[in-house]
Each structure stands twice: as C-alpha cells, then as structure tokens.
Design a protein around this ligand. Sequence first.
Ligand code: IVH
Length: 675
Amino acid sequence: MMDKAETIRRIEALRAEIDHHNRRYYQLDDPEVSDAAYDRLMRELAELEASVPSLDLTGSPTQRVGAAPLEKFGTVTHLTPMLSLANAFSHEEMLEFDGRIRRLLDTEGPIGYVVELKMDGVAVNLLYEDGLLVKGATRGDGEHGEDITQNIRTIRSIPLKFKANPGIAVPARIEIRGEIYMKTEPFRRFNRRRLEAGEPPFANPRNAAAGSLRQLDPQITARRPLDFFCYGIGHVEGASFASHWEILQTLKDWGFPVNERAGRAADIRECIAFYDKTEAGREELPYEIDGVVVKVDALALQDALGAVSRSPRWAIACKYQPTQEQTVVRKIDVQVGRTGVLTPVAIMEPVHLGGVVVSRATLHNEDEIKKKDVREGDTVVIQRAGDVIPEVVKVIVEKRPDGAKPFQMPDTCPVCGSKVVRLEGEVGTRCLEFDCPAQIKLRLAHFASRGGLDIEGMGEAMANILVDSGTVKDPSDLYKIPRERLLTFERMGEKSTDNLLSAIDRSRKPPLDRFLYALGIRHVGEHMARVLAARFEGVEALMTATEEDLIAVQDVGPEVAAAIVSYFANPSNRRMIEKLTAAGVEPQATAGSRAAASGPLSGKTFVFTGTLGRMTRSAAKTLALSLGGQVSETVKKGVDYVVAGADPGSKLAKAGKLGIPVIDEEQFIKLTEEG
Ligand code: IVH
C-alpha cells in the first residue's frame, strides 16, 4: 500500500504522463502507447484519485468525461466581444484590403501579416484563470454565447491546464479563441457508423462538430472525434504581446494546438501566394477549410486600425469558391452495404468539384431520394462535404427531361436477388440474406480492417478477388488459403503472397476488443467493442449474455444489447466463430477484463444517484466497472447497492421499497478497498 504522500506523487506523475499522451495523440497525431496502455493509466489514476479524500480534481484528465447531463445551456458573457471577419473572394479584393490598410495607416511601405488557414468548424472562447480552464463558450451573438464548458472538457486537444513552462509566466486571466472542428477521416467513419445505426448522417464536418457541441449530455460529446486549433486571444490579464505571431508561439508554448500551417508574410503578395498554394493543396489537408485568414501582425497596428460593424479592419477571410457544381444524373445504382443496407447512388456526368473529378453521389436512402425527388436524367446541384462522397443538394426541376420517372427502390437485392425488407422504425431497406456476396465481401474487409484484425493487404479489392473466386466464404477461410491458390491471382507475386499469408498468420491472437469489432455486429463500433471487452472475459461470455446482462453494462443501451443478442442468435454467426476458433484464432482478454473478473466488486451491481462529492458519477461508475462490479441505471431487483450523493431523487424511495441497501460515497470507497 502506498502512503498518502506517495499516492499523491503517483497521481501527479500519472496526470503529467496522460497529458503528454493526450498531446501526442490528439495534437501531434503520433501516439506513443497503445489504447490499452492508455486506458490502464487512466484507470490507475481514477482509482488513486478516488482513494484520496479532499483531492483537488480540477485539471485532472479524469475530469474530461462524466459531468451529468444539463437541462439547458447557461449563458456566458465574453469578456471582450468575439468579432467576425469581412470576406475577400479574389486576389483583387485582397489587394484592396491591403490598400485600405495602408491608406488608414498612412504608410507607403509593406505591411507584415500573419497568414492562417480558415478552419471550417465552430468558434469557441475558452476562459483560463491561473492556467486552469474555467469556462468554454460558443460565439453566440458575439457578446454572449452558450456555456458549453462540460462539453469542451471532453475534447482531448484542449488543455485543461497550461503546460508547465518555466520560461513563461501564466496569465491571471485569458480568453483563448479558436475553432472546434472534426477531421475528415474521423468524420467519415462517424457518419458511416450513423448510417449503419440507421441515424441520419451529418452533411459536413462543420455540422457534425456543431451538433456534437450542442449535446446536453457531455458523455455523447466525449465520444465524438472533435479537435481544436486556437488562432487568437480575447481579454488578457498578466501577459502582453507585441505581435499576433508572438501570441501564436506563446499559445504553443503553453501547450495549445496551433495550426502548423500558419506563417508570417512580409507583404500582401506573399499572402496571395499562400492563398493560392493552400487552395492547390486543399484536398490533401486532413480537415476542411473554407479559405485563409490574413491578419496584420503588429498589435500596435491592429489597435490603430480598430473595427467596423463587428469586424476588425486588420483581418480578412479570403474565401475559396464554393464547392458546388451542376451535372446530370445518368443512372441511379443501388449498392449493398456490409449489414445489407441498400444505398441508392447517383452515377453522374463527371464534373470538377473542389479540385477533384466527381462522378458519383450518395442519395442516402429511400426517404432522402423521395424528399429530393432525384430521377435518372435530372440535372442536379451537387456539393462535396469533406472527403465524403459528394451529395445531391437539389434537382433543377426546370431542366428535367420529359418522361423522367420517379425512383423506385427495388424489392429484391441487386446483388443476390433475394427479397429486401424495410424494417419498422428504420430508414434503410435491407437485404437479409447472410450469404449475399456483397455482404460477404464487405464483412471480410471489415474483419481484416485496421480497427479489426488489422491484416495488411486484405482490403476490399482482395476481398472481392477471394470471394468471387470462391476461395473465401467467411473470415475463418482466410486461415486456410493455400499459397498456390493466392499465387494464381493477378498481381499476386511470391512476395505479396507471402506478405499476405504472414499478415493473416500474425492476426491469430487479436485483443478481444478488436476481435469483437471485427465481427461487425451492428452498433458495435470501436468504442462499444472496448466497453464490452472490458466487461466480458471472452466471446463465450458475451455469447451467453442476455439483453438484461448487457444493458447493465454502462454505455450499452437497449438497441446495442438487442443487436448483440440477435447477432449471436444467428446460427451462421455462431458457426463462423466456431470455425475461427478451430482455425486457431484466439482473442486475448484485455487487462481490464481480467482485473474485472477477480476485482473486489465482482458480482455486485451498483446504482449511482445524486451528486457525489469526491468524484463525478461517471468516474464512480468507471471505478466500479474496473473493479469487477456491474452498473445499472435503474433500481431493480438484483441491484446490491444504491450509492447516493446529494439530491438523490426518486431512486432512494425505490431502493427502500425493494429493500436494497443505500450507502454513501465513503462507504462505496471502502467497498472498493475491501471488496
Ligand atoms: S480570426 C477577429 N482566424 O471564421 C478575428 N477566425 O468570420 C476573429 N475562423 O468566427 C476570427 N479559422 O470561427 C480567425 N484562423 C482563423 C480562423 C477563424 C476559422 C472562423 C471563426 C470566425 C470566423 C470568421
């Protein structure tokens, strides 16, 4: 047992280490440790923090998730108003901006600028006091925004506190401003998961970021892949700067993410060059931008210039042309997804759109296509949102050819010909045939994907070859492909064949969570797979779990529970898992689940209610789960303890009625120590 001083030293070391890993992961995109190792550090920290009464939890990485849902957002008055930017759409307008500034400042010489990318996200204002994040707010009307502090805390690239930096003093109060955004790739994955779950996808990363920030329940925001760049400050006490560039460098030193693609420009010509160069490379960026921002560098000059009608005179947003185009729909195809969902896709006359040639656009589902009434032969406006397949914005009805017929969803699967159904309450139409080749291929590619068994060289193209040639019917067949067979396929030489075979061989002992994800159970994405792997010892245990068992696990809702039970009720799925086992695939239980099986709380189910004093309710739930306990959201038979904080509500009465013991937080902590 560590004594208190040792525990506190360990807590401090863990906090610093986790902050460091957060920066590696979320700011530098270059993690040093595996997710499992990171989870272990977080779990150790949560446990140690819970063991020290009266510990100050402000700024701890454990505080990123877990605050209770709000009824509605409060209002925050910004200390200095958040202005917006005037726009320029061409080189000429940029030159006019520069001319205006030189006239106002009465100078002949060049003006020094800072050039930045204009992130397409949501503007936020973050208030730090003595280096600690105290408030996060949306821009709102510029004077007052919504208080989204709880949600802001969940975004890993936003420091909860300044990085200790001996060279630079921490200001007493400072408003840090920047943009919350979603990177294109995570956005695509997120949207794909929504589609699979029958939820409407977001049109673009900006809407997804805005929608995620507007959640009253911070646990939902915590699961969204949000990111942050800061680009300036508002009110500040206890620090002073001479230039905007100095502000950006100092923010970086304080541990804030500042876009590396910002630079200093000696004059407006260099700004124009940056604007053009950035547009040419726009498609390669991992996020969406809608232009660049040019800012006068010297703060003395900014002050002299001031603002007009809510926009500073010293900065301008130089926008790119909108990425919308018109084209003609040649034909509407219907594609079959991994879970059998049918997606109508418009095949169009190829057209340039935001730097790429586009010839396909998703029409999402039957309801969407009906709403927009897209028909073969129609002229449509399309737009690209992120790296997503472009979508049809609207039909130009005046240009519709005579005789164009409304689209009809087919009643049989376009790939396997079996009857399709539209299940109640779902927007998607599905092919329910397990052996539909389209689904087999996509299941196979998903099984081998990076989040799954991570078999290099086993992407969709390879899956098509293997399924079409009859070599593979389900993932278990991968483990017995004869080498000679692979060699017969086009472009499979000795080297690529051996590489693929050894990648397959190396995948035999996957971590349990990745294996569960690889199975492709509906609603079980990477996060849910981790939740399940932390709670269940192995696939067997999950297979025998009832819906009730599953719902008792925190984060598992009724929909997910039903999907899991129905997956394992399907004999084809069970057979496939048996065959995988026979082929020598052995998922490895994660450290968490082993600890859980033998933890001091194993076999006990807890309900948490009211406001706890030492930790948030969510931290308490995580602690209970990590020590082998179960967590239930409702008081019902089978619950062993109700842990009540302040203002517990109706759950206490219910516990009384059912004769379930009610304990306080101290008693709960005792249990975690003693079992
Ligand atoms: S500076 C007074 N810099 O664009 C200066 N804004 O209408 C205020 N934005 O609301 C903004 N990237 O949400 C600035 N590098 C950047 C930006 C940026 C995106 C957004 C911001 C602002 C809007 C301007």
